[in-house]
Design a protein around this ligand. Structure first.
Ligand code: NAP
Length: 297
């Protein structure tokens, strides 16, 4: 079997087109969704992520309030900016680009964000609400995985999902979303990590296999059941002298071999990646609607 490729760029573009139309309708009612973006320092990957977020805000008509602070910014200064954004009615969502410089306390900053504006879904209030099945902002990468599955017609209910990785930003929230007793959950979920005995035994049980380990070739073809759906969250740089920049991006899955066994598979790049920024925009629009009292969810 050769897998159908899930085109994350296309799914993300479809969702963004829906959001753009929704933002236009909100604007006609005098509501302009706004995102506050804070970047501290000049880490090239972070600069490029933040630039992508601003570009997407502009594309969708979302107001963006961007603050690029120098590397040496103090914790107090950053906390004051977060407090100002919490109080600013033009801002519906606050994004602090991670990682922060080493002298900063990341948790203190993230926990200071008003949960009503926590569009990254990292605040413990958001996480707790998600776990108990209350309305919350779902964190963007796992929420993106969920939408990729839904929009690709994958049956989640009753499926055995095996997730490789238990981080707070991917594995744990995704597992929680998928076990919820609701129409987009109802899966049976196994979460694997570096202390899992016989990883391949578990991955071979998966109807839906999600790789979020951050290591190339963590998932090889012998670890995948025939016809499984394979979602590759990993983004890894591997040396490649044939490329101008000297590297290329690969996921955690041996794509070429696994695509001959899976029924559906996401590529890297072009799979989960484009969904993450899109779900941030989704949450920002949702936050604006919730503030205006017109959100259905
Ligand atoms: P992380 O915090 O480093 O967590 C990795 C997890 O994978 C850990 O739970 C680790 O287990 C587990 N793991 C690592 N190697 C393993 C192995 N050989 N066998 C079993 N488990 C293994 O990483 P993360 O932040 O979740 O990110 C994971 C990957 O997704 C990275 O490549 C990252 O760049 C990518 N990512 C992509 C997006 C996107 O938008 N596409 C967003 C976020 C992350 P332990 O807990 O035991 O250490």
């Amino acid at each position: 079997m050769t897998a159908r490729i899930i085109d994350g760029k296309q799914v993300a573009a479809d969702i963004r087109a829906e959001l753009k139309a929704e933002v236009a309708k909100l604007k006609a009612k005098g509501i302009v969704p706004g995102l506050g973006v804070i970047l501290v320092g000049d880490d090239p990957a972070s600069v490029s992520y933040v630039t992508g977020k601003e570009r997407t805000c502009a594309e969708l008509g979302i107001y963006s309030d961007h603050h690029h602070l120098p590397e040496g910014t103090s914790q107090d200064e950053l906390m004051r900016l977060v407090a100002r954004m919490n109080a600013d009615p033009r801002i519906n969502g606050i994004l602090v680009q991670l990682p922060l410089p080493r002298h900063m306390n990341e948790s203190e900053v993230l926990f200071a964000i008003d949960p009503e504006k926590d569009v990254d879904g990292f605040h413990p209030v958001s996480v707790g609400k998600m776990v108990v099945g209350e309305k919350a902002f779902l964190s963007c990468t796992p929420h993106g995985v969920l939408h990729l599955l839904i929009r690709s017609g994958v049956k989640i209910e009753g499926s055995h999902v095996v997730i490789v990785g238990r981080s707070n930003i991917v594995g744990k929230p995704l597992a929680n979303m998928l076990i919820q007793k609701n129409p987009t959950g109802n899966a049976t979920v196994t979460v694997c990590h570096t202390r899992t005995k016989d990883l391949a035994y578990h991955t071979r049980q998966a109807d839906i296999l999600v790789a979020a380990a951050g290591r190339p070739n963590t998932i090889t073809a012998d670890m995948v059941k025939d016809g499984a759906v394979v979602i590759d969250v990993g983004v890894n740089r591997v040396e490649d002298a044939s490329r101008k920049q000297g590297y290329r991006l690969v996921g955690d899955v041996d794509f070429e071999a696994v695509k001959e066994k899976a029924s559906l598979i996401t590529p890297v790049p072009g799979g989960v990646g484009p969904m993450t920024i899109t779900m941030l925009m989704y949450n920002t629009v949702l936050s604006a609607k919730r503030t205006a009292g017109i959100a259905a969810d």
